[in-house]
Design a protein around this ligand. Structure first.
Ligand code: 5AD
Ligand code: SF4
Length: 439
């Protein structure tokens, strides 16, 4: 084989895109491509895009514009757009940006090698179908190379919930779960290659209902099965919907030691009126009761969430209800966004909250969330936690890894290596990380 071609992938958005990018890189490896960290010497550039909020799509267009010089210098350079913007606006992208050679939607990644061949043959290629087959099954098997200690594994895609603000049900399609055996095989393979922690991914991961011998398994049963894999020490999952938090999954947080004490459970708003208009089909009260039950199963669990401020018709009182809910929960981690109207979603048609009002609300919410995150982190000082070390820290002799509760922990100790898992006593708390000492 001649010199390998170089592939540069830039990933936007969620962890599912990170996983997809890895799998696309592996698939293109079968076509003689190796990955590169820079677009400058690439033979193919792939933007794996996110459509969840406005600016994300705009960033894609401006990024594409920046590749004009590279393409002029190297006419063989192929440029592709993947991900949710590709799904939603594929034809528009082709029209608006002639630099783009191929567009591939999230359900069609297994067709990427074929689309690349078409583009190399001088055509432009677009595939935004929702094929019946499991794309992961058709993507090249993961090569046996060693990996770092943590990995993502997508088990479920798509969403049937249709929250009034969200494009995901349109870009990622209906909910689909991968069969249990395929997930287990992929997890074993990752562990053989050095992975000790797996994060199970899905847009609605706790709605998982994978097939197994003619039956359907929920997420808790899948987790308990994965927990039996020797060498797999930690399991996490994200993102969850409150309505799919079944009893056995709550119980697993209490009785499955490999399931880590961290749960991302977005609520979006603390106002029942807003939740109703968002089509969330839960209330603030039912969410708080759910959190109580989860904390009863695992008292030290860190709760994380997502919030949208300035949803159409959100009043000042609605916003205060969100602040009250946040105070009641005490989040260890949080992501908060100004509402951004997404074309084709019902909320985009409703009366909008003025931008300066959204700004002011977001600032107040983020200040509260910052204080909470810091308080939760500070309370770890003096405690003993597990840490899975991932890479060198800021100073010589130091390593950094994630605690069970997903805090970054810096430890100075002789001989620590990536992939080591140790018990650590937390000694101090800084802005976004902890320090500790081996026990
Ligand atoms: N505007 C702002 N935030 C949004 N999210 C989803 N859609 C929108 C939108 N239109 C947020 C939600 C979701 C997270 C992934 O992104 O909080 O949980
Ligand atoms: Fe979007 Fe709601 Fe589905 Fe989450 S549950 S992906 S916010 S529609």
């Amino acid at each position: 084989m001649g010199t390998p071609r170089k592939l540069f992938i830039k990933t936007y958005g969620c962890q599912m895109n990170v996983y997809d990018s890895e799998r696309m890189a592996e698939a293109m490896g079968g076509q003689g491509y190796v990955t590169t960290d820079s677009p400058d010497d690439a033979d193919m550039i792939l933007l794996n895009t996110c459509h969840i909020r406005e600016k994300a799509a705009e960033k894609v267009y401006s990024e594409l514009g920046r590749f004009r010089g590279l393409k002029a210098a190297n006419p063989d350079l192929k440029i592709g757009v993947a991900g949710c913007v590709a799904q939603a606006e594929g034809e528009e992208i082709m029209r608006r940006q002639p630099l783009v050679d191929l567009v591939v939607g999230p359900q069609s990644y297994h067709r990427l090698p074929e689309l690349e061949r078409q583009a190399r043959a001088g055509g432009r290629a677009l595939d935004t179908d929702y094929p019946e087959e499991d794309k992961f099954d058709h993507l090249a098997a993961r090569p046996k190379a060693r990996r770092g200690p943590t990995a993502f594994l997508t088990v479920q895609e798509g969403c049937d919930k249709f929250c009034a603000f969200c494009v995901v049900p349109y870009t990622r399609g209906a909910e689909v779960s991968r069969p249990v055996d395929r997930v287990v095989t992929e997890a074993r393979d990752l562990v053989e290659r050095g992975v000790r922690e797996i994060t199970l991914l899905g847009q609605n991961v706790n709605a998982y209902h994978g097939a197994k011998d003619g039956a359907e398994w929920g997420l808790a049963r899948l987790i308990r099965t994965l927990a039996r894999i020797d060498g797999l020490d930690r399991i996490r999952f994200t993102t969850s919907h409150p309505n799919d938090m079944e009893d056995d999954l709550i119980a697993a947080h209490g009785d499955c030691p490999k399931l880590m004490p961290y749960l991302h459970l977005p609520v979006q708003s603390g106002s029942d009126a807003v939740l109703k208009r968002m089509n969330r089909s839960h209330t603030a009260e039912s969410y708080l009761r759910l959190i109580e039950r989860i904390r009863a199963a695992r008292p030290d669990i860190v709760i994380s969430g997502d919030f949208i401020v300035g949803f159409p018709e959100e009043t000042a009182a609605d916003f205060e209800a969100t602040m009250d809910l946040v105070r009641a929960v005490e989040y260890g981690q949080c992501y908060s966004f100004k509402y951004s109207p997404r074309p084709g979603t019902p909320a985009a048609e409703r009366p909008q909250v003025p931008e300066d009002e959204k700004d002011a609300r977001l600032q107040r919410l983020q200040a509260l969330l910052r204080d909470q995150q810091r308080a939760v982190q500070d309370r770890m000082v003096g405690r003993e936690v597990g840490v899975l070390f991932e890479k060198p820290g800021r100073s010589p002799g130091q390593m950094v890894g994630k605690s069970d509760h997903l805090h970054s922990v810096f430890v100075a100790a002789e001989g620590l290596r990536p992939g080591d898992m140790r018990r650590v006593r937390i000694t101090s708390s800084a802005a976004n990380s902890l320090e500790g000492a081996l026990i």
